[in-house]
Design a protein around this ligand. Structure first.
Ligand code: NI
Length: 255
């Protein structure tokens, strides 16, 4: 039982064999996938994918690095598509200060606007936050009274920051990075995160776990992340997959 809570199967890297790859998922133990929009174009593709594959659900939103393309009209379009069947979240949205563009003020503006949208349409959010821990926390605290639930995707901060998110009720998206040799900081954070707040994700085609690091990632590889998590938590891998799948269904309000 695998639930991949964060994937990008719309990515052009997968154009060649998308159908072949996705139709094999079920027989390989992957039951659910949430494909996450990161721009207007990838959100459009996500809408197509959810219609084609019964086990695939979608999240709609614009990644902080793409917020330069957002306009009032495009926000209206995003709101409209939130009501479509099989759309289960708003995201990925947030802040990414790793790159200088777009300006931080632009990123913050559209992060706040997409949080307001999530409250309006009553969907949880998928947060992307890179090198921007303080501003992300500040904005999420502003949003706290209207919050609809959220996951910190590809959590990459310290256990102190993890405690803050935990106190606010957030989930943590854990993926291939956990298996990397230099992932000690993440392993420390994972130790203090209770199992009922962990969602497993690939971020595929990126961030493949060991021993596939650097190669194209796919949902089946979540098994390797579950194995590592089982080791850290001292529980059975099957139990990890069961609990995290239940968490994901609760988070995305799926039956
Ligand atoms: Ni992503």
């Amino acid at each position: 039982m695998i639930f991949d809570t964060h994937a990008h199967y719309d990515d052009e890297i997968i154009n060649e064999d998308r159908d072949e790859l996705l139709w094999k998922m079920k027989e390989q133990g992957v039951d659910f996938i949430v494909n996450v929009g990161s721009s207007i174009a990838s959100t459009e593709k996500t809408l197509e994918l959810v219609e084609r594959y019964p086990f695939l659900y979608g999240s709609v939103g614009v990644h902080p690095s793409e917020t330069g393309e957002l306009t009032e009209n495009r926000m209206l379009w995003l709101e409209e598509v939130c009501s479509k069947e099989k759309i289960v979240a708003v995201g990925e949205i947030g802040l990414d200060y790793h790159w200088p563009e777009p300006e931080r003020e632009i990123q913050k503006k559209w992060f706040r606007r997409q949080l307001v949208l999530a409250s309006k349409v009553e969907l949880p959010v998928i947060i992307h936050s890179r090198d921007a821990a303080e501003d992300t926390l500040r904005i999420l605290k502003e949003w706290d009274k209207d919050k609809t639930g959220g996951v910190i995707h590809c959590f990459s901060y310290t256990k102190e920051i993890a405690r803050e998110y935990l106190s606010m009720g957030y989930y943590f998206g854990i993926g291939g990075v956990l298996t990397f040799k230099n992932a000690r900081k993440l392993a420390e954070a994972v130790e203090i995160i209770p199992m009922d707040k962990i969602l497993l994700e690939t971020d595929c085609p990126y961030l493949a776990p060991e021993p596939y690091r650097g190669k194209r990632n796919q949902s089946v590889y979540i098994d390797l992340v579950a194995e590592k998590l089982a080791e850290l938590k001292g529980i059975d891998k099957k139990e990890v997959l069961r609990i995290t799948s239940e968490n994901a269904k609760a988070f995305y309000h799926l039956k």
